[in-house]
Design a protein around this ligand. Structure first.
Ligand code: NAD
Ligand code: MG
Length: 399
């Protein structure tokens, strides 16, 4: 008998969540949604439940749970278990009813449930880069210790994963002839904007990405290139390549999603239309291939492919992230925490776009030397850095 893959989707109501549901819908003969989590978007989760009938649903609190339960009360047979808050997320992420967990919550809130899935030995499809940025060393050790499988969903890392041999071992990149990881970046919506206009950009302008349709936080990160900075750190942990051998390449067409340069002169790239359903489908089916609903790439329609070096003056957050990667886990956690608070303040129009960098720099300078060896220590450090970031935000508002 053909057994369907059972999938838990953390962050089902977000951009990655929606694309994941599109792929599951297309491949309903081979996979099924076992559990879905949301935060406050109860109506959206109810619509997902009405279509996919997952056994477990998670929302932020009791009030949302009551609302969800009332919305689903008309079903005679479908009676899902509704859980709440971080405990509900943890229970769902580690539940033995699913073998595969898509980690698509945004930000540091994804760390604990992703770790729970790892500790339960799941096949974890990782979109939530922030969890790896915050706890890289502990995270990768846990993947080995608990026998979990980790497949990157972030398009660049999925491309690198596809460009490396299946037997690749991150502890020995040299043995596989890897010279460089070439991490591509679109350059975001402000790539060609005159420098003097960058200080006055609005949240709506920052969220209008030229090639990708994404959640608001990652869209702002793409505009500041903090996203590439976080991805630099993510690549370091996933593939074990030294920071000096990870090169960021601006490729505005977003057709090549990243590359691996080998010692023999080969450069292996993965290409495709910029649509997250491709890496999601790849991760869901690996090592098989399934249809994703993404149009075939038409080489004859393609514009020229161009490549340039990033300019740190335009993208100072990228520089900060490369420094944090070299400093270690306390610095990367500090940078991630400060950035989440600063992006939130920017989206709420409390600070200006360039202040995101000022807040990040201040917090990173103060918080990079703490020793972190457990997740509890990471979470305490993260909390401390967020408080410092709030102080820095108040300060830049008054400057
Ligand atoms: P999004 O904002 O669209 O969705 C976020 C999801 O997380 C929602 O389902 C929301 O309910 C949930 N969530 C938010 N805060 C929560 C909390 N405190 N507790 C529980 N759930 C919470 O974000 P997105 O763009 O889908 O991104 C999700 C993750 O994937 C991010 O880490 C992002 O960096 C990564 N990623 C996204 C893309 C993309 O194209 N959108 C590409 C690569 C990587
Ligand atoms: Mg990416």
């Amino acid at each position: 008998m053909h057994i369907k893959k059972q999938i838990t989707l953390l962050g089902a109501t977000g951009s990655i969540g929606t694309s994941t549901l599109d792929v599951i819908r297309k491949n309903a003969h081979s996979m099924r949604l076992f559990a879905a989590t949301a935060f406050t978007q109860v109506d959206k989760l109810a619509a997902i439940a009405n279509e996919f009938f997952p056994e477990y649903l998670v929302v932020a609190d009791e009030r949302s749970a009551d609302k969800l339960s009332a919305t689903l009360a008309h079903h005679d047979k479908y009676k899902p278990t509704i859980l709440t808050g971080p405990e509900g997320l943890s229970k769902t992420a580690s539940h033995n009813g699913a073998d595969t967990v898509m980690s698509a919550i945004v930000g540091g809130a994804g760390l604990v449930p992703t770790m729970d899935a790892i500790k339960a030995g799941k096949c974890v499809l990782l979109a939530n880069k922030e969890s790896l940025v915050m706890s890289g060393e502990i995270f990768m050790r846990a993947v080995e210790e608990y026998g979990a499988t980790l497949i990157p969903v972030d398009s660049e890392h999925n491309a690198i994963f596809q460009s490396l041999p299946a037997e690749y071992d991150r502890r020995r990149p040299d043995e596989f002839g890897v010279r460089h990881i070439l991490l591509t970046a679109s350059g975001g919506p402000f790539r060609t904007l005159p420098m003097e206009q960058i200080s006055s950009v609005t949240p709506a302008q920052a969220c209008a990405h030229p090639n990708w349709d994404m959640g608001r936080k990652i869209s702002v990160d793409s505009a500041s290139m903090m996203n590439k900075g976080l991805e630099f750190i993510e690549a370091f942990w996933l593939f074990g390549v030294a920071p000096e051998n990870i090169k960021v390449v601006i490729h505005p067409q977003s057709i090549i999603h990243s590359m691996v340069q080998y010692v023999d002169g080969s450069v292996v790239a993965q290409m495709g239309n910029p649509d997250m359903k491709t890496p999601i489908a790849h991760a869901l089916a690996y090592p098989s291939r399934i249809t994703s609903g993404v149009n075939d790439l038409n080489l004859f329609d393609m514009q020229d492919l161009t490549f340039t070096r990033p300019c740190y003056e335009r993208y100072p957050n990228l520089y900060l992230a490369t420094q944090a990667c070299k400093l270690g886990q306390a610095a990367t956690t500090a940078l991630n925490a400060a950035n989440e608070e600063a992006v939130d303040a920017f989206l709420n129009e409390q600070i200006q776009f360039l202040d995101i960098y000022n807040v990040n720099k201040r917090v990173m300078e103060q918080c990079s030397s703490t020793e972190l060896s457990t997740i509890d220590q990471v979470l305490a450090h993260d909390k401390n850095c967020r408080e410092l970031a709030q102080g820095a935000i108040a300060q830049v508002k008054n400057d």
